[in-house]
Write a protein that binds this ligand. Structure first.
Ligand SMILES: Cc1cc2nc3c(=O)[nH]c(=O)nc-3n(C[C@H](O)[C@H](O)[C@H](O)COP(=O)(O)OP(=O)(O)OC[C@H]3O[C@@H](n4cnc5c(N)ncnc54)[C@H](O)[C@@H]3O)c2cc1C
Length: 425
């Protein structure tokens, strides 16, 4: 049996960041990270589209993302650790009505000193070759709206998740966090504080707490267990009666190579950033286009809601017809550069969707759980890890990077005080 101060379950970006911040705040703590895969970042962290933006309708999400982005920027620019972070910007293509609805978010961006730019339909047509008024039978059938305005969030772009994983895993190794890979947590252990040795403990009147986990390598006892199992978190917590209030939903990414002049021109579109790169583009109907300049490609995806089940499987596969009928018709009607473009590869993973599109970080005696990152966990991981670490160390407040302090219970299920997020992509 192993005994540690803090056990972290899951070496995705949330578990890594949590372990890092626990050790940073408590250098003398013995921290152990366990992961069922052979290394870190093999779960949904490695399947992400890895875009980031400090542009959300909820002020909490905005703060989590803005502080995490600032931390990653510091790592890349000051520490010199290349995270593949590129500030391409995030371009929302909107109807006038949607633009009006975003007014409070734009105001919040202004208040935080985070820049954005507005593009007219004529500018979008010229810079991207965008069809702002797609016409024809197909466009009518799909009820594709006309685009009246483009809003470019500037504190946004793309990052390489495997580099972020490497950064945190290297740093925690240097700091003395132990890591056990190929180790599956079978069960979270709950015991009464004063056991009697009778059947059915903990009994309703007994004070109970999480005391660690039973794993494929034996029992690990811990003062606090942080569960960061991503979309699989409910499988660990449901059996001990803790509800994370988040569910997995499949999401897919398709790679389109920029192997012809129109697509290359689009990939290197001018007028959005100083890099001469296309921004991350969000089209109507939830279709997104992420520039992937290192692969001379675009990654495209779409989020479907009604009809797509909440379910999890160990090896999710992309669906060719989802691209063909779900994404391609939207893509090529707005951007003729994609005419006849077919994916060269694809992958699938899971969003871990919470009730309001914001992470859940809850605590129970001996337990902290951090999950429900709702498709934006990479861009918020540093802040989520800080909050989880603060709770694990019994702190009431968590300091985000840049100095902003938040109540550490703000993302809990019982104590939740967040606005609903309306920009889950
Ligand atoms: C297609 C797609 C696109 C996305 N795009 C973006 C994006 O553009 N920007 C963004 O910020 N986010 C994006 N996300 C979301 C982002 O990838 C997730 O929010 C983030 O990776 C979640 O990290 P995590 O650590 O919670 O989960 P994971 O990375 O899944 O880590 C959880 C870990 O826990 C381990 N684990 C689970 N159960 C056990 C057990 N019983 N024993 C031991 N280990 C266990 C798993 O093996 C896994 O390694 C996207 C996700 C997908 C699927």
């Amino acid at each position: 049996m192993t005994r540690v101060d803090v056990l972290v379950v899951g070496a995705g970006i949330i578990g890594l960041s949590s372990a890092f911040h626990v050790k940073r705040l408590c250098p003398s703590c013995r921290v152990l990270l366990v992961e069922k895969h052979p290394g870190p970042g093999h779960g949904d962290t490695g399947r992400s589209a890895a875009a980031f933006r400090a542009f959300f309708t909820s002020r909490t999400n905005m703060a989590l993302a803005a502080s995490s982005i600032a931390f990653y920027r510091e790592v890349q620019e000051r520490e010199g650790f290349d995270l593949g972070m590129r500030f391409t910007g995030y371009l929302f293509l909107l109807t006038e009505e949607q633009h009006q609805a975003l007014a409070p978010v734009l105001e919040e961006l202004r208040r935080r000193g985070l820049g954005y730019r507005v593009y007219s339909p004529e500018e979008l047509e010229e810079l991207l070759g965008l069809r702002t008024r797609p016409g024809g039978e197909e466009a009518e059938l799909m009820q594709l709206p006309g685009i009246d305005v483009g809003v470019l969030a500037e504190n946004a772009g793309i990052i390489r998740p495997e580099r972020l994983v490497e950064y945190y895993s290297r740093r925690i190794g240097e700091m003395g966090v132990e890591a056990l890979y190929n180790t599956r947590v079978e069960k979270i252990l709950v015991e009464p504080e004063q056991p009697l040795g009778v059947p059915g403990e903990p009994l309703p009147w007994q004070k109970a707490r999480v005391v660690g986990a039973a794993t494929s390598r034996g029992e690990i006892r811990a003062d606090v267990t942080i569960v960061a199992g991503g979309a699989e978190t409910p499988f660990l917590l449901d059996p001990v009666g803790v509800d994370i209030h988040a569910k997995p939903k499949k999401r897919q990414v398709f790679v389109i190579r920029a192997d012809r002049p129109e697509l290359r021109r689009l990939l290197h579109a001018e007028g959005f950033n100083s890099l001469g790169l296309a921004p991350f583009i969000l089209l109507p109907k939830g279709v997104y286009i992420r520039p992937a300049p290192e692969d001379n490609a675009f990654w495209v995806g779409a989020s479907d809601h009604l009809g797509r089940p909440f379910s999890w499987e160990p090896d999710p596969q992309p669906e060719e017809h989802f691209y063909e009928y779900g994404i391609y018709p939207v893509l090529h009607n707005y951007l003729p550069a994609f005419e006849n473009a077919r994916p060269s590869s694809a992958w699938a993973g899971f969003y871990d969707i919470s009730i309001d599109g914001q992470p859940v970080v809850l605590s129970e005696p001996g337990l902290v759980a951090a999950a429900g990152t709702s498709g934006s966990g990479i861009m918020k991981a540093d802040a989520v890890g800080r909050i989880a670490a603060s709770l694990a160390l019994g702190k009431k407040r968590a300091a985000l990077y840049g100095g902003e302090e938040v109540d550490a219970s703000i993302l809990g299920t019982r104590s939740r005080r967040v606005e609903e997020e309306r920009l889950v992509i």
